[in-house]
Write a protein of this length. Sequence first.
Length: 202
Amino acid sequence: MTLVEDIVVKRLGSVDYVSTLEKMRSFTAARDAATPDEIWLLEHPPVYTLGQAASVPAVANGIPLVQSDRGGEITYHGPGQAVIYTLVDLARRGIKVKEYVRLLEQSVIDLLEGRGERRPGAPGVYVGGAKIAALGIRVSRGRAYHGLALNVDMDLSPFGDIDPCGYPGLAVTQMKDLGFAESSDVLGTRLAGIIVKNLDDA
């Protein structure tokens, strides 16, 4: 654990989605005005998570479906994906929700050295029309949790059994296919550092 500019960055390894969701909720409910913001860098075993706007799909590949409390639709998490949960007191930092979403997206675009792009009305980051990073947050009493999932070097086939983020036929891509040879841990750590810098600059 390291304390960087009042933001604690934690590397949690491979952890179960449901228990991590409960820990995010508990952290957010218990924090006070003096609690440092935290960034959790981790990976999940294969799981589909349903945002508050998602309908339950018929998926027969054995991957579990879990209802989440984040915004958005359905997405997939699995090994080789860098998940970055950003537990940030937006009210204390004076950051509006839309600004925060743009900040997280910009952090991925910075990591991609400018190759990523946004799509109007579809949060996340895309390269050539294919989604490389999903974004979903929840804000409670001015404090945000959940965050980003960056596809690094993973089996992308489970995305083909759903409509990623609610878009039928949406293509997905990953860092490996763009020529980034580093692991999800290395690239996730780099992305976490970019998020810390962008938060401190906001």
